[in-house]
Write a protein that binds this ligand. Structure first.
Ligand SMILES: [Zn+2]
Length: 255
């Protein structure tokens, strides 16, 4: 295995992976910048999943850039830059509104834009307008009435959102059932209720801890080859082409 420094390796990484590396170093302003650039690159189809925001064949994949703007906002809040957090949330709200009015056709996707707006308003600290957006999302999901609400949550616009919320919940990982209920029959209504009642406190917990964890990549437990220099754990998260501690999010060393 070739050994390189973080700096050398970082230049080869996409912006999302750079953001995750910054999270592992608790460099939140840098992570906010990298997530912002991941969003811009993602919207133009030049970064991440390489799907253009206005291409009807790629409808809904705009959720991943929206997730990057959402996470950028969280990172700036952790960095103490509330104005930049509101700015990134505001950009996401504008993108979601344009998608809803001019790009997306499927009623579930258009409803999900209201949900995204609620989440981004929550990051911006605008609770009343978040609640109003969640009300619109709940009504629009009810009108859309997909045959399988659980399956609808796997649409990219919703899956990207679930991924971002699960990342916020780490290290006390929530799972899909926590957001949607175990049988999935009421999944869309439940996820809106979850957001309305829990997203603010999830964000507050991140702010109190002063830490946002990396998303779960592939994970492995009790790995002899690795040991976390900070907490001693051998449970690891393979993500952003590095190995992070599953317990404390630091970079682990080879034992
Ligand atoms: Zn650790």
């Amino acid at each position: 295995m070739t050994t390189t420094t973080d700096t050398e390796t970082d230049t080869d990484l996409n912006h999302r992976d750079r953001a995750i590396r910054a999270l592992s170093g608790e460099r939140y302003a840098e992570a906010g910048d990298a997530y912002t650039l991941a969003a811009y690159g993602g919207l133009s189809g030049l970064d991440g999943r390489r799907r253009e925001a206005f291409d009807p064949d790629d409808a809904g994949w705009v959720g991943y850039p929206l997730a990057s703007l959402f996470l950028a906002g969280v990172c700036y809040r952790l960095a103490g830059s509330d104005d930049r957090a509101r700015n990134r949330a505001g950009q996401g709200i504008l993108v979601a509104g344009d998608q809803r009015e001019h790009v997306l056709v499927h009623p579930v996707d258009r409803a999900a834009c209201h949900e995204w707006t609620g989440d981004l308003r929550t990051v911006a600290g605008d609770a009343d307008r978040a609640t109003a957006a969640y009300d619109r999302a709940a009504d629009a999901y009810a009108d859309a009435a997909p045959d399988s609400p659980a399956e609808a949550t796997t649409r990219p616009l919703l899956q990207s959102n679930t991924d971002a919320v699960l990342q916020l919940s780490r290290p006390d990982d929530l799972d899909w059932g926590d957001l949607h209920g175990t049988d999935g029959s009421d999944a869309l209504a439940r996820r809106v209720r979850f957001k309305r009642s829990r997203l603010r406190s999830l964000l507050a917990t991140r702010a109190d801890d002063g830490r946002l964890f990396a998303p779960r990549g592939s994970t492995e437990y009790g790995v002899d080859a690795f040991r976390c220099p900070d907490c001693g754990a051998r449970d690891v998260n393979y993500v952003a082409e590095t190995v992070l501690c599953l317990r404390c999010n630091g970079v682990v060393d080879r034992a």
